[in-house]
Design a protein around this ligand. Structure first.
Ligand SMILES: *Cc1c(COP(=O)(O)O)cnc(C)c1O
Length: 467
């Protein structure tokens, strides 16, 4: 029996309403108003293939978000399925705590050292991006302890950055809604403004604004005291914050400032890694040389959970030389099944030449097609980087925004859902991050849907008298 038939039978074993009722009775969803969802009912997704997903009502939807920024090689890749099945039969689990190791974890560590920039020869495995960033906090502070500078504890992140949802991840991130719940950030984590030209830089050239935004890091270092600053962390391109592509001047200047004060640079590559920006890693696109690099999502194309931290020579050497124990780790650090799937996934990225496909083919094509949206009355700015794109909705050009309480982005998102497209709204910024296996005709297909949804949004906004 084919998996399509099986999926259809499973979905049909209950009506959509029955799935929704059971869902709201028992399943607390991430970042969700539970009461609100219970009234509406979740959309039940039952199967997927290539760049499409299907819901329990049989609707086919183009997944413009790669699941959640992760299904880089697309759905239905048999090599990943086979790798998981084979590993589950051979050795479904063994830990790496007590001087033991497993072949998939070793081979993956080796392959990661090969595909990451040359300063990275070691990896610490976790099961998620959040755990990766928790590991970063502990490792950065451990590094400075070993170096005899324990007063260097402060880590600088950015407002509207996203680094996960654990205590440390949410603290490193700069999401005010997250900080408001649970007494965050934890001590010695501070934030600077983001390099968001549309919000903070209009009236300046993008290049001049990039330098100014990087300058906020130096200001903060001097405010905290350079002898107390341990590290700076940022996403090469902010993802959850709204696909904010920084000006080209920004990251090189950040690197210069980190070097000047000797502080560690951490690149959170959970979204930007594994081809998303048109290089293996976002730091290569942006021209930085990070000391630590967090990854997750695209490493397995989301088929199974895996994350980790690439440890650059500077920190790795300190940890090795010190000889003491680093008191940190997870049951699933180096999980053999997750590592086997990651190995198969990275090999697939290599076989399909997906990184150059993004850099030289579909990335530039997405950029070209997104730029065409600027003729639409609702569009104030478009930005892309590799296979990430943003459309900023405005009330009037160039940069007059709608009142945020109107939630025009949510209006647009509802039209996307209703018209067979997953496109996310971050405020009034509509964003996509489609699978890297996308073809040009599929981008054309997505652009037809995007334009249709913008037109429907414009009609609704007019009808409501918001223009
Ligand atoms: C998703 C994400 C994380 C958190 O990863 P989880 O696997 O959800 O814990 C961290 N950093 C960035 C940049 C992300 O996009």
């Amino acid at each position: 029996m084919s998996h399509v038939v099986q999926a259809a039978q499973r979905a049909a074993s209950r009506s959509t309403k029955e799935w929704q009722d059971a869902d709201s009775k028992h399943f607390f969803h991430p970042f969700t108003d539970h009461g609100g969802l219970a009234k509406k009912g979740a959309r039940i997704i039952t199967r997927a293939e290539n760049i499409y997903i299907w819901d329990s009502e049989g609707h086919k939807i183009l997944d413009g978000m790669s699941g959640l920024w992760c299904v880089n090689t697309g759905y239905g890749q048999q090599a990943l399925v086979d790798a998981a099945a084979k590993q589950m039969k051979e050795l479904p689990f063994y830990n790496a705590f007590f001087q033991t190791s497993t072949p998939p974890a070793i081979e993956l560590a080796e392959l990661l050292a090969e595909v990451t920039p040359p300063q990275f020869k070691h990896v610490f495995f976790t099961s998620s991006g959040s755990e990766g960033n928790d590991t970063v906090v502990r490792m950065v502070r451990r590094y400075w302890d070993i170096k005899g500078q324990p007063e260097r504890k402060t880590i600088i992140g950015r407002i509207n950055g996203y680094h996960g949802s654990t205590m440390a991840g949410a603290s490193l991130g700069g999401m005010s809604g997250m900080h408001a719940q649970g007494g965050l950030p934890i001590p010695d984590i501070v934030h600077i403004q983001q390099p968001h030209w549309f919000e903070l830089g209009q009236g300046m050239s993008r290049e001049a604004f990039g330098l100014k935004a990087a300058g906020w890091l130096e200001e903060k270092i001097l405010e905290v005291g350079p002898e107390r600053v341990a590290a700076f962390i940022g996403e090469p391109v902010q993802g959850a914050g709204g696909v904010i592509v920084p000006p080209s001047t920004y990251w090189p200047e950040i690197q210069r400032i980190c070097d000047k004060y000797g502080i560690l640079l951490v690149s959170d590559e959970v979204i930007c890694g594994f081809g998303r920006t048109g290089n293996w890693f976002g730091c290569e696109t942006m021209g930085t040389r990070p000391d630590l690099m967090t990854f997750a999502k695209g490493v397995t194309s989301g088929y199974v959970p895996l994350g980790g931290v690439m440890v650059g020579e500077r920190v790795a050497q300190a940890l090795i030389d010190d000889g003491g124990e680093f008191n940190h780790g997870f049951t699933y650090s180096g999980h053999p099944v997750a590592c086997a799937v990651a190995l198969a996934n990275i090999k697939l990225i290599q076989q399909l030449n997906l990184v150059s496909h993004v850099k030289n083919n579909i990335g530039p094509y997405l950029a070209e097609r997104f730029a065409e949206l600027n003729d639409h009355p609702l569009v104030g700015e478009t930005q892309t980087c590799g296979m990430m794109g943003a459309v900023q909705l405005v009330k009037a050009k160039p940069g007059t925004t709608f009142a945020s309480e109107l939630e025009v982005g949510m209006v647009c998102r509802a039209h996307c859902f209703g018209n067979g497209l997953i496109m996310r709204a971050v405020g009034d910024r509509m964003i996509v991050a489609p699978p890297l296996v996308m073809t040009r005709p599929q981008i054309d297909e997505m652009m037809v849907l995007i334009r249709r949804c913008l037109d429907l949004t414009l009609a609704e906004v007019r009808e409501r008298g918001w223009l």
